[in-house]
Design a protein around this ligand. Structure first.
Ligand SMILES: *Cc1c(COP(=O)(O)O)cnc(C)c1O
Length: 472
């Protein structure tokens, strides 16, 4: 079969399936409906010796997985911090697959290299970060944290006369690493992968909202003199709270620290002047990690690592032979990330940003914050619902007051499970300050005020049902 004939009907069919899925998002249950067992039964079969028709395979695969799909791009999915997919981003993502470019070197895809340069400068400008900083386009914030901390490790050891890329960590000067006790788990995974270990990290106490306490950081740094990395956070996964960077960065700086900020979703708070009291000082750091697949609403997987000192970033990542140098002013995309061959992950970012514009992006982030506050207010009208955080950003932490004789954690977990079963919306459970909680994250462009009202009403109905069920 000729090339075009092989693709055309199949892509039309896939587009049809996608359109049906997207169109059905608002009306389907927010969570997946199938059990693992049902999915296995639908998908598992001996892989035959002979191939099957591509159209049949794709069609039957789509039908089989459909009950296992969460409506996570939909307007009432509030689990984790999920975001959605902007139409321009999704379309560009399809094209990235069709074009199938390799963002390894400039030479392998000039289009990726130049688009990355442009999106990098847009993002630095939007967030008010140093225009000379370097940006790598990674798979998500985990890899952004890893890459930034690799640059940090490179630089703090270089200042002690140690070349960690060449000589490794055996015999190296000890690197002190400090993080808040509410730092995200991916910081510790990054430290583990970098040979810095998880357990060596000094944990600095945080306040009731999960913000690192400046005096406690000062105390922790008292005896530290050598190479030092301090990890701060913009946007706590549970509360949305910001570490007070304005106070913390200077304290770390006095000790010569490299300061890293994990801002997976919170970094986008820099867009809103009304959040200045929370975000002040973020720009003083040395490196920043953020996601695009969360609040920027591009499809998975997409994150950004930003490093003030380009040479440290390059020194940590660049392992290429000199003959691969792309030439003056040209970018080798893989010089800024751990990967070598990689897709045109930047294309959806470019299209997302242009389709929103500066104002549209600001408005989307602000709207989600307003919706989070509305969600919290509607829920707290029920005396059986307690909001545990100051809703400063887009996250809402909820606990349910149990009827007499029922444990609080058990009751909250029971209500969460019932909310998920009911299906109007989806929110997950977590533990916050040793209490079981429900966490709501509003981070999707497609969420409307009506979705918040429907969801809050559904949660309250489910809570009523749980209380009645227990008192019977
Ligand atoms: C989600 C998140 C991460 C990890 O990001 P991935 O995109 O899952 O790799 C890191 N830090 C914070 C604060 C997050 O919310």
């Amino acid at each position: 079969m000729r090339l075009f004939e092989a693709f055309t009907p199949l892509l039309d069919e896939a587009a049809g399936i996608a359109k049906e899925w997207l169109g059905g998002l608002p009306s389907r249950g927010a969570g997946a409906s199938a059990t693992a067992e049902e999915l296995r039964r639908a998908l598992d079969r001996p892989l035959g010796e002979d191939g099957e028709s591509a159209a049949d395979v794709v069609r039957s695969f789509a039908r089989a997985v459909e009950p296992g799909l969460a409506a996570s791009p939909g307007p009432r999915y509030f689990g984790f911090v999920t975001g959605g997919s902007l139409p321009a981003a999704l379309a560009a993502d399809w094209l990235a697959s069709a074009w199938d470019q390799n963002g390894f070197l400039y030479a392998s895809s000039p289009a990726i290299a130049v688009t990355e340069d442009i999106v990098a400068s847009w993002v630095l400008d939007l967030l008010g970060l140093p225009p000379e900083a370097s940006v790598g386009f990674v798979t998500g914030c985990q890899m952004a944290n890893f890459t930034a901390l690799a640059a940090a490790r490179h630089e703090v050891l270089k200042r002690s006369g140690w070349d960690v890329e060449a000589d490794g960590l055996f015999g190296a000067p000890e690197v002190a690493v400090v993080a808040g006790e509410e730092a995200h788990a991916t910081i510790f995974v990054a430290l583990r992968m970098l040979g810095l270990g998880e357990k060596n990290t000094m944990l600095v106490p945080a306040d009731g909202q999960g913000r690192m306490i400046p005096e406690a950081l000062r105390e922790a740094l008292k005896g530290v003199n050598g190479p030092l990395i301090v990890c701060l956070q913009a946007g706590n996964l549970n509360t949305g709270a910001f570490d007070p960077c304005r106070d913390l960065v200077p304290i770390a700086r006095e000790r010569g620290a490299w300061v890293h900020v994990d801002g997976a979703f919170g970094l986008w708070g820099l867009l809103l002047p009304e959040l200045e009291q929370h975000t002040a000082g973020i720009g003083l750091a040395d490196s920043w990690a953020t996601d695009a697949h969360k609040w920027l609403n591009v499809p998975y997987d997409s994150g950004l690592v930003i490093v003030r000192d380009r040479e440290a970033h390059r020194g940590a990542m660049m392992v290429k032979a000199p003959l691969l140098a792309p030439g003056e002013g040209l970018r080798d995309p893989s010089a800024w990330v751990p990967e070598s061959s990689r897709r045109g992950r930047v294309f959806p970012l470019y299209c997302a940003l242009r389709s929103l514009g500066r104002g549209g992006l600001r408005e989307m982030v602000a709207r989600n914050c307003t919706q989070a506050r509305l969600f919290a207010r509607l829920l707290s009208e029920d005396p059986g619902i307690e909001i545990l955080n100051d809703v400063v950003l887009n996250q809402v932490l909820v606990a349910f007051r149990p009827p007499e004789g029922v444990g609080a954690d058990e009751f909250t977990r029971r209500v969460i499970a019932a909310v998920q079963r009911e299906g109007t919306c989806w929110a997950g459970g977590n533990v916050w300050k040793r209490r079981a909680v429900m966490r709501i994250s509003v981070s999707n462009w497609a969420t409307a005020e009506e979705d918040i009202r429907l969801s809050a009403a559904a949660i309250r109905r489910v809570l009523d049902g749980a209380r009645r069920g227990l008192s019977r």
